[in-house]
Write a protein that binds this ligand. Structure first.
Ligand code: SAH
Length: 249
């Protein structure tokens, strides 16, 4: 059989948010690789070999997938959300570019998924309805000074901003610093959404003003969305709607 690699986005958590294309690739796969909790989200079946791995071994995982595909296996690399957003698709291409010429003949497909910021935005209303940007707050792969610079410039450009990986045990203080910068640039009245474990049974949404936001409101399962200066709330019975109108001046 001809080998292939599909890098598949499993979406934010709920089964209904997995695309039919991803379900079909998982059905055809001989091997499933990925960070162990993502591999665990795929139901077991006969004929599927599972290779769950640790979090920070993206390049080894990608090389393993390419080696298996070169040997004729049908390999799915599972990512959460979308595989092209702070995830395995780029890791695969970094490995491909540095690897043997023969790998370039491998059939590689990237299968999109619903990324956390879009799932969270849909739950809250439409905070990303006008210009926005997405920033990964993890400094694993870039210096913190660059993160601060991007934060400040994005705030000054009045983008709505989605923050992935806001906080981890390894760097408990960096999100405190990020909130300080945002308060300085955007003021205390700016709206901020903390959306945790969106589309799972543990989902929690919280909308506050920047002046009331604390670092403890976020963890590694939270995506944080800071509105632009135009972002507003519509109060109504139950939860309010957070949205950004389509225009700016
Ligand atoms: N490829 C993923 C992002 C991986 S980075 C995607 O497209 O969604 C991991 C970060 O994504 C987490 O720290 C968190 O900020 C965010 N995230 C992933 N799933 C989430 C969910 N269900 N709810 C809220 N945030 C989530």
């Amino acid at each position: 059989m001809t080998g292939w690699v599909a890098v598949a986005g499993l979406g934010p958590g709920a089964e209904e948010l997995v695309t039919p294309e991803v379900t079909e690739a998982l059905r055809q796969a001989s091997d499933l690789v990925g960070y162990a909790p993502y591999v665990a989200r795929v139901p077991d079946r006969p004929g599927l070999t599972r290779h769950g791995s640790d979090n920070r071994v993206e390049l080894e995982r990608a090389a393993h997938a390419l080696e298996m595909a070169a040997a004729g296996k049908q390999v799915v690399i599972a990512s959460s959300g979308d595989p092209g957003v702070f995830a395995m698709a780029s890791a695969l291409f970094e490995t491909l570019e540095a690897g043997p010429e023969t790998w370039r003949a491998i059939d590689i497909r990237i299968l999109p998924g619903i990324t956390a910021m879009l799932a969270a935005s849909a739950r809250a209303g439409a905070p990303l309805g006008h210009d926005f940007c997405a920033i990964n707050l993890s400094d694993n792969l870039k210096p913190w000074a660059l993160i601060e610079r991007r934060l400040r410039l994005a705030a000054q450009a009045d983008f709505a901003m989605a923050f992935y990986n806001p906080r981890s045990k390894a760097r408990p203080d960096s999100f405190v610093r990020a909130l300080d910068i945002l308060q300085e640039e955007c003021g205390p009245e700016r709206l901020i959404l903390f959306a945790r474990a969106v589309s799972t049974p543990e989902e929690e949404l919280r909308i506050v003003r920047l002046g009331d936001a604390t670092a403890e409101m976020a963890d590694m399962r939270t995506i944080v969305i800071v509105g632009s200066s135009r972002t507003r709330l519509i109060e109504r019975p139950g939860s309010p709607i957070l949205y950004t109108p389509r225009w700016a001046e």
